[in-house]
Design a binder for this molecule. Structure first.
Ligand code: A3P
Length: 285
């Protein structure tokens, strides 16, 4: 466990997080123009790091060709933010895995907007399982079955998936928050980009939307060194074990779950959400 910090019930990798970085978040001053993408890990964060700055700069490709994704739309809670924060241009793009309850005071006081991206938890778990194999700063996931138990109990990075979703479903943010799914983005990226740009109040032509969609496709991102994490030294992330941009599809869980595992997974998720009024946008069978 010592690879991780324990912070308000969450496990956070020490490689990227510190008590100083967490204090920095609490003292961070949000601006009204800021836009934050919120995700549970492995739900499409890097994808949104590609998309969001392009939606906010009218499709200017310079940043995605010259700046690594983690500096284009930095993580609110990670050490790196303090280093790059002064270089961010307004409107700023940020990402976070934080649960709603840990968002800092200035976020609530501001008009900053949120795009919450949710992904089928079975695909999240599969993606996370491979990520734990390739990332040296994360604990070995053990067997698929063992990792599944940890995931369902919330003994994983940023806690339980259902807690994250529940927290961000019950906010008092009103029209400051929009919900989208990874699956919706996979199915029709230009339409998803249009929905996001409307929410952000950006007026973008169909050509610009199309151009952004091309540059944010799985194929293009996979070959862009500024987007595929190949600038991270191999000792931290070993893409020979599993590439960061691994498959980029919806439904890969079908290649990994036995029917018993699926039944168990589904029943735990359903139980965690049984008192909830919202329903999940995918069937878990
Ligand atoms: P897979 O492991 O299922 O391929 P995060 O950035 O939150 O860690 O999420 C990583 C997941 O998002 C990985 O899923 C990765 O392949 C996927 N992803 C990243 N960019 C994508 C894109 N342009 N299109 C589809 N999926 C993408």
């Amino acid at each position: 466990e010592e690879m991780y910090l324990h912070y308000h019930g969450l496990l956070l990798p020490k490689e990227t997080h510190s008590l100083e970085s967490l204090k920095f978040v609490q003292e961070f001053t949000f601006e009204d123009e800021d836009v934050v993408t919120v995700t549970y890990p492995k739900s499409g964060t890097a994808w949104m790091q590609e998309i969001l700055p392009l939606l906010l700069n009218d499709g200017d490709l310079t940043p995605i060709q010259t700046i690594p994704n983690w500096d284009r739309a930095p993580w609110l809670e990670e050490k790196r933010l303090a280093v790059v924060v002064d270089q961010l241009k307004s409107p700023r793009a940020l990402v976070t895995h934080f649960p709603y309850r840990l968002m800092p005071h200035s976020f609530h006081a501001s008009k900053a907007k949120v795009i919450y991206v949710m992904r089928n938890p079975m695909d999240v778990m599969v993606s996370s399982y491979y990520f734990h194999q390739m990332a040296a700063f994360l604990q070995d996931p053990g067997t698929f079955e063992e990792f599944m138990d940890k995931f369902l109990e919330g003994r994983v990075l940023f806690g339980k998936w259902t807690d994250h979703v529940k927290g961000w479903r019950h906010t008092d943010l009103g029209d400051r928050i929009m919900y989208i799914t990874y699956e919706e983005m996979v199915q029709d990226l230009p339409a998803a980009l249009r929905r996001m740009s409307d929410f952000l109040g950006r007026k973008l032509s169909d050509e610009v939307i199309q151009k952004i969609a091309e540059h944010c496709s799985f194929k293009t991102m996979k070959t862009n060194n500024m987007s595929n994490f190949s600038l991270v030294p191999k000792i931290y992330m070993d893409s020979d074990k599993s590439p960061f941009l691994r498959k980029g599809v919806a439904g890969d869980w079908k290649n990994h779950f036995s029917s018993e595992q699926q039944a168990k997974f589904t029943s735990v998720i359903r139980k965690d959400l049984e008192k909830e009024s919202f329903s999940l946008p995918w069937s878990l069978d």
